[in-house]
Write a protein that binds this ligand. Structure first.
Ligand code: ZN
Length: 280
């Protein structure tokens, strides 16, 4: 193969690869019900996200959520069917505006999502590397992690000694999980005795998407992250799971039982809805 031919083939391959990647990215963004066939054709022929029109447009806008200022980046997207917002790891709010839709309405939409933006940012920030000064929730109270030559400390706990911190996030979480593994089952069994429930066993796990569970074999599992919640919220989760021993469903009778043994359950539910994802 001549050199120029080779170059040409290479360019083609690069182009093809880019093209495929973009189409794939675009398809992922498509709504569940795909549009008409010509929509696909257009997706394959044009790559609008590479064109000038799809380039992020900086507007002098920002969204304030929880006292924090988030720069707002507006992106026009031909395929978007609705306004979408996303929080980036850089702390920007990306607003996707459908073709022909006014930006102002999108900005107003973003402003109504302040609670979600803040909670999403807290969740993302928690995933980034932890270091000296990182704040995390412990027993319902935000606590700063101290990491210096003496070691890692938090809320009176000595997590490690010496200047070699390793993965701070992993170490702190391991410590919290250890505390949770002894404390939570003891507390849950005390609550069970108080309200005459008889679980077969109580274990602590690293659940990704639930705070607790109650099996048909009467075994209760609790998420170690309960240790990050206030006592009131953690107690509610335990009482909720214990109540499932009598009502293995979310019927009215179940909720009556919960209200009887945990009168503050509504505020705990609200807290979990507003802040729960920050712990994940
Ligand atoms: Zn339940």
């Amino acid at each position: 193969m001549k050199a120029s031919n080779h170059l040409h083939a290479l360019r083609e391959a690069i182009h093809r690869e880019r093209h495929e990647k973009c189409v794939e990215a675009r398809l992922l963004r498509m709504p569940k019900k795909p549009g008409p066939v010509r929509y696909h054709a257009r997706v394959q022929l044009r790559l609008p996200w590479l064109s000038a029109r799809a380039a992020p447009m900086r507007v002098p806008r920002e969204v304030v959520a929880g006292g924090r200022v988030f720069p707002l980046v507006v992106v026009r997207h031909r395929a978007a069917r609705r306004y979408l917002i996303r929080v980036t790891e850089e702390g920007e709010v990306k607003l996707t505006v459908p073709r022909g839709a006014p930006i102002g309405a999108g900005v107003r939409f973003a402003e109504t999502q302040a609670t979600w933006i803040l909670s999403e940012w807290t969740r993302l920030a928690g995933r980034l590397a932890w270091g000296d000064g990182t704040m995390i929730l412990y027993r319902g109270v935000p606590q700063a992690i101290a990491a210096d030559a003496g070691g890692i400390r938090m809320a009176g706990l000595s997590i490690s000694a010496g200047p070699d911190h390793g993965d701070i996030r992993a170490r702190v979480r391991a410590q919290l999980r250890t505390i949770a593994s002894t404390e939570l089952p003891a507390r849950c069994l005390a609550l069970a005795a108080e309200h005459r429930f008889e679980p077969s066993r109580v274990t602590v796990r690293d659940q990704r998407s639930r705070w607790g569970a109650c099996s048909a074999r009467r075994a209760i599992t609790l998420n170690w992250r309960l240790i990050q919640m206030s006592d009131a919220v953690a107690d509610y989760v335990m009482l909720h799971e214990l109540a499932h021993l009598r009502h293995p469903n979310h019927s009215r009778r179940f909720w009556r039982e919960v209200a009887a043994i945990c009168p503050t359950w509504r505020s705990s539910e609200r807290w979990l809805r507003q802040h729960g994802r920050e712990l994940m």
